[in-house]
Design a protein around this ligand. Structure first.
Ligand code: SAM
Ligand code: FES
Length: 351
């Protein structure tokens, strides 16, 4: 790993906290090199469909939490979701991410029907779900219906910190159990965390990295915490660009084969945040395919970018930005190089 030796906790903690620009630049350069060895200069596109902003949970940081009476709620119909997929397919996407709050209206039956409907029309595309915690049996059903990836950020791997970010009904043990179950079923799994949440210490971030090494996920979503005015953390400071970039680079160095998105949240705190993310080892972008009318309503945090753009605008804007920085837009499914479990039951889709 050249001059960057991350074999000791103390070295990782040093890079988590360093404010020396030369050290940070060396870290990004090392991460870029590893990303290039693994994935070249390709940047994979996933089309994000935010299909419901109803949520039964009350995470203290999240703008669509149940307790936010100011949030205007929406749910897309299957027809609207399929229309987003059709738009996405026409724009070249081969990977759809269906994300939403934990919405009880979307029972296992309804999620299964939605996945089956998409799978019928798009037999070759990757279908990713990001709908929170469910029973293992439910995850198995969705997998059999045709879902092959699942994003569930662990949020923080430190138990005490987890309890400061969530009400007592939510637990880190259960969140982690879900992630291991998903991996075991055969999904390509994405974990991840926010940088700069209230009460987060450098040691928490070190624990996040150690947990990721243990889970060995196919994808890691890392973005800055951004306050949302109607939440209990609405007046807290947000995460910094620099620390988020350092966490991206450290993740790339410790988990070379993982897929690493340059997140919308990173683009929200800095106009060039996503480009800088790519320069720090990221290799995925997730432009929005949700109908323009509901974009603003999926308000996890304040000032979210791209809420006024059509799907095609986002797609081509992102392509231009990627090319400007010497990367190559790649519209294929973009499977992870991390190995996945062999599905244990008949009829499972190829992950
Ligand atoms: N309900 C699903 C779940 O729990 O995984 C998916 C939706 S959830 C809104 C997606 C992610 O948004 C969360 O995992 C969290 O990390 C991120 N998020 C929520 N509030 C945020 C905030 N204020 N700033 C930045 N990211 C936030
Ligand atoms: Fe449910 Fe944020 S509290 S998605």
């Amino acid at each position: 790993m050249g001059i960057i030796d991350l074999s000791r906790d103390a070295a990782i903690l040093h890079y988590i906290t360093t404010d020396d620009p030369a050290e940070a630049a060396a870290l990004y350069a090392a991460a870029r090199e590893v990303r290039e060895e693994q994935y070249g200069r390709d940047v994979y596109f996933r089309g994000l469909i935010e299909f419901t902003n109803y949520c039964k949970n009350d995470c203290y940081y999240c703008g669509i939490r149940h307790g936010n009476r100011n949030a205007e709620r929406y749910r897309l119909t299957t027809e609207q979701i399929l229309y987003c997929c059709q738009m996405g397919d026409m724009l070249g996407y081969r990977s759809f991410v269906l994300q939403g709050g934990e919405d009880p209206w979307f029972t296992d039956d309804r999620i299964t029907e939605m996945v089956e409907a998409i799978r019928r029309k798009y037999p070759e595309h990757a279908i990713t779900l990001s709908i929170g915690e469910r029973k293992r049996e439910s995850y198995e059903r969705f997998f059999r219906a045709g879902a092959n990836r699942y994003l569930l950020r662990h949020e923080t791997a430190n138990d005490e910190h987890y309890r400061k970010l969530h009400p007592a009904v939510l637990s880190l043990v259960e969140r982690k159990d879900c992630l291991f179950a998903l991996r075991d079923i055969g999904y390509q799994v994405g974990a991840g965390f926010m940088v700069g949440t209230p009460y987060q210490t450098p040691e928490c971030l070190l624990e996040d990295l150690r947990f990721l090494e243990e889970l060995d996920p196919h994808m890691v979503g890392i973005g800055p915490f951004i306050p949302q005015g109607d939440t209990p953390f609405g007046s807290r400071p947000g995460g910094s660009l620099e620390q988020t970039l350092r966490m991206l680079a450290l993740t790339r160095l410790l988990l070379p084969k993982t897929l690493l998105p340059a997140t919308t949240a990173l683009g929200t705190i800095n106009p060039l945040g996503r480009e800088l993310g790519l320069l720090a080892g990221a290799n995925v972008v997730m432009p929005n395919l949700s109908p323009k009318a509901v974009r603003k309503l999926y308000a996890l945090y304040d000032n979210k970018i791209c809420t006024g753009d059509e799907a095609a605008e986002c797609r081509f804007c992102m392509e231009g930005r990627i090319r400007d920085y010497g990367f190559i837009p790649e519209m294929s499914r973009g499977d992870s190089r991390v190995e996945f479990a062999v599905p244990a039951f008949k009829g499972s889709p190829d992950p």
